[in-house]
Design a protein around this ligand. Structure first.
Ligand SMILES: NC(=O)c1ccc[n+]([C@@H]2O[C@H](COP(=O)([O-])OP(=O)(O)OC[C@H]3O[C@@H](n4cnc5c(N)ncnc54)[C@H](O)[C@@H]3O)[C@@H](O)[C@H]2O)c1
Length: 466
């Protein structure tokens, strides 16, 4: 943390006394403009790494998929696997050995990730753990000379967001939040259309994470390790998981690269499902007793962000009511609009949605080079219909060719901060909350990320049998 921010926090603590909670401190911290950046990581090209040696931490439901996907990419060596639980590491090793690839070094225990980060045979630490470990592991990785790629969201507090930014700038190591939804097919199409001005000036956009996780995941004893995600929903209130909806629309609106988030307001419904589910389960099974008679986060959170250029973004979060899956993905401008959910995917360049055949022609014209190059292979490898593999391939291709990454640490921090600050707004009866400028002014001159494959595109895909 910079010394200026430290002293600011000290002042707040003194003025509010012992009643100051960490969230209150963060709320006040937001209006504070941090010291100058020591280096601008936007557009930063790290030295080329012809072979990218990867260590993966967190081998629950998400991590083994990453092991599988990365093992297809030429120029990747999976050197280390780590989980708190040793049996999960051994299970993930079999993904490699079944494909005839060398076994990785195994790390386990609560702090096994520290030794992994310290080892000298890794270039990239890929983090797929519960949320509270994303920043500690990413920061430790960068301090130990590794690039960091972390699952979403990147951090649990605004101070952690700053720690990521400051560490990335100081170490000149990339910190990418693995926002895979930015690489979904329609999202990439609308990004290219937005860049080419088809929607005119984008005025408003909407995103969401609406996905009923209750029965199969949150309240399933065999899903999230140590029930971490249920605990998050039990101890916090707000938009806990904003970036799947927010990342793609923030890119369409050039956030941190021409515009930036200015302030937000947030409102949540009450909880109408999780508390009663917990009580009912606890009445039959003692395992659920610690989760009974607790107050859970409101089912539906709606957060609205205003940008410095006067545009609005709306993000919703609901993982606990029965409703078909949606990330909305609405982009609405002065000349046109696009919307992904509810399907079918739609584009309008006038008052009505386009006819499918017209839309197909537009799609062909605006399909990005990355999709033409790797889209079909990605669909075969899999991972949320292919977007996960497009993301991993692009990350590795950029590292191998010394190209800037599509998502930098400022994106990770600002997209994540929207969720963290929704919690602050809720505590103040939905009052507006200023959003920090993690770029410290550089957003005015930072350039949008490159949508070509120029300088790269030469990373092959192995034909390893599944
Ligand atoms: N981008 C996406 O589409 C997507 C999808 C699913 C999950 N996720 C994210 O992936 C992450 C993991 O989610 P998940 O569903 O796999 O959860 P999970 O609980 O199944 O897996 C987490 C793993 O981390 C391990 N872990 C816990 N503490 C650890 C420690 N100290 N050291 C090493 N390992 C530790 C656990 O044992 C577990 O195996 C979360 O951040 C989640 O938000 C992202």
């Amino acid at each position: 943390m910079s010394s200026n921010r430290r002293s600011f926090l000290k002042n707040i603590t003194l003025s509010t006394g012992a009643l100051a909670t960490s969230l209150n401190l963060e709320a006040n911290e937001n209006s504070f403009v941090s010291t100058h950046a020591s280096f601008n990581m936007c557009g930063y090209a790290a030295p080329k790494l012809p072979t990218v040696r990867v260590g993966i931490v967190g081998l629950g439901m998400r991590g083994p998929g990453a092991v599988d996907r990365l093992s297809y990419i030429e120029g990747v060596e999976i050197k280390a696997l780590c989980d708190k639980y040793a049996d999960r590491v051994e299970k993930a090793q079999s993904i490699l050995t079944k494909k005839g690839l060398p076994a990785a070094k195994s790390y386990s225990g609560e702090e096994g990730w520290k030794a992994l980060c310290e080892s000298n045979d890794i270039d990239l630490v890929y983090v797929t753990t519960p949320w509270h470990l994303h920043t500690p592991i990413s920061v430790y990785a960068m301090k130990n000379g590794k690039h960091a790629a972390s699952e979403v969201p990147a951090a649990k507090t605004i101070d952690e967001c700053w720690e990521l930014v400051e560490t990335s700038e100081k170490t000149k190591k990339h910190m990418m939040m693995l926002e895979n939804c930015c690489y979904d097919f329609f999202e990439l199409l609308t990004l290219n259309m937005a860049r080419n001005g088809l929607f005119g000036e984008i005025v408003h956009a909407e995103g969401a994470y609406i996905h009923d996780l209750t029965k199969d995941y949150l309240f399933n004893k065999n899903a999230y390790a140590d029930m971490w995600r249920l605990k998050e929903n039990m101890t916090r209130n707000g938009s806990l998981y904003p970036t799947h909806g927010l990342g793609p629309i923030a890119q369409c609106m050039n956030i941190n690269r021409g515009d930036k988030f200015d302030y937000l307001v947030s409102m949540s419904s009450n909880d109408f499902t999780m508390g009663s589910m917990a009580n009912e389960l606890a009445s039959k099974d003692d395992f659920f007793k610690p989760y009974a008679n607790k107050s859970y986060r409101g089912n539906m959170n709606t957060t609205v962000i205003k940008t410095n250029h006067g545009k609005t973004l709306m993000v919703q979060h609901d993982v606990s009511t029965i409703r078909p899956y949606s990330r909305i993905h609405l982009v609405s401008g002065t000349k046109g609009a696009a919307q992904k959910w509810p399907g079918p995917e739609k584009i309008a360049l006038g008052h009505g949605w386009m006819k499918p055949e017209e839309q197909k022609q537009l799609q062909e014209k605006y399909t990005l080079p990355i999709v033409k190059h790797i889209g079909e292979i990605a669909k075969n490898v899999g991972g949320h219909g292919g977007m996960d593999f497009i993301m991993d391939w692009r990350l590795i291709d950029c590292l191998r060719n010394g190209l800037p990454l599509d998502q930098d640490v400022y994106d990770a921090a600002s997209w994540t901060s929207a969720g963290l600050l929704s919690e602050v707004s809720l505590k103040k009866r939905s009052s507006s909350v200023d959003m920090p400028d993690f770029t410290r002014g550089a957003w005015q001159s930072n350039k949008p990320h490159d949508l070509t494959l120029n300088g790269g595109g030469n990373t092959g895909v192995r034909s390893v049998s599944k």
